[in-house]
Design a protein around this ligand. Structure first.
Ligand code: C5P
Length: 303
């Protein structure tokens, strides 16, 4: 291991501009056509050597909701990387400066895993090949590989098989943060319940949506946004419909639940409109807070 230094990695949140969900597979996961877009809300993961074994701390407004034991994906990432290199129990202090909503459908936990992996690789000088890092990410969770690469990508399989996508311009978003989280497995289980007895089609990426990303056209992207998990998230959290309505009435081009929710995402035509929609959402009292962010954003980056 290298000397007594610390490494900080910045990692973005994501929104799924299309989340097409297939029928459940025999392993319990669902095949997806998952169009990820990284957005400029970031967690920062800092690692430094620790004499006391693996230690995890977290700061930020929602820090009390983050588990600080070995179940945290960031801790699991450090353990997995150490195992890959035969280093045994990692002596590392991982600090997460959290700005991404917790359990919000914006891949905050996945971001921390990708950040911890890249940061530990730099701290330990292990120089893990990119493909090996991506394989470790995929073992940690379906969304973790995308947190590493950022930008925009189509995720197939359970979301871990990535093809990078071209994005032709900046998109301006507002994210309404709800009180409390939603469990991703619970939302998928509700999707299964709602689609019982229905022939669920093979998930396919929408050509119109890919074209809208390529040309950077917010109106075209707004028309193509789609999330198959939205009915399930709304079924578990009916009040989200009021948030979606409030943002649309305030001038958003389109609104949808972000991933498995309960964060809701609003695409706007420009930065000025995003500020106005965020203010209206906060005034509507249908959410805890609202944040503006621009996409695409770069993936996990050593600062
Ligand atoms: O891969 P990850 O650990 O993030 O998945 C969390 C849960 O979300 C899984 O246990 C599963 O219930 C659900 N999931 C799914 N199909 C996917 C991705 C996640 O059913 N493609």
């Amino acid at each position: 291991m290298k000397g007594n230094v610390s490494v900080t990695v910045r990692v973005p949140a994501k929104v799924n501009v299309q989340l097409a969900v297939g029928a459940p597979r025999s392993d319990g996961f669902h095949d997806l056509a998952n169009v990820f877009l990284a957005v400029g809300l970031y967690d920062e993961v800092t690692v430094e050597p620790s004499d006391g074994g693996l230690r995890l701390t977290c700061s930020g407004p929602d820090a009390d909701q983050v588990p600080l034991d070995r179940t945290n994906l960031a801790a699991r990432a450090a353990i997995a990387l150490a195992a890959r290199h035969g280093l045994g129990e990692p002596g590392v202090h991982i600090h997460i400066a959290k700005d991404i909503p917790v359990a919000g459908g914006m891949a905050g936990g996945s971001a921390d895993a990708a950040g911890a992996l890249l940061a530990c690789d730099a701290l330990w000088g292990t120089e893990t090949p990119r493909d090996d890092l991506l394989a470790i990410c995929a073992e940690l969770g379906s969304d973790v590989p995308f947190s590493l690469v950022g930008g925009a990508a189509l995720g197939r399989g359970r979301g871990e098989l990535l093809t990078p996508l071209e994005v032709g311009g900046a998109f301006h978003w507002v994210f309404a943060v709800a009180d409390g989280g939603l469990s991703t497995p619970a939302v998928y289980a509700e999707f299964d319940r709602l689609t019982e007895g229905v022939a669920v089609p093979e998930p396919e990426a929408s050509p119109a949506l890919l074209e809208a990303l390529r040309t950077g056209d917010p109106s075209a992207l707004a028309a193509a946004l789609a999330n198959d998990l939205q009915p399930a998230a709304l079924s578990l959290r009916p009040s989200l419909a009021e948030t979606l309505r409030a943002g649309t009435e305030a001038g958003a081009l389109a609104a949808l639940v972000s991933g498995s929710g309960p964060t809701t995402a609003f695409l706007t035509k420009d930065a000025e409109s995003a500020t106005a929609v965020a203010e209206a959402l906060i005034a509507s009292a249908t959410c805890r807070t609202a944040r503006v962010a621009v996409s695409p954003a770069p993936g996990a980056t050593v600062l």
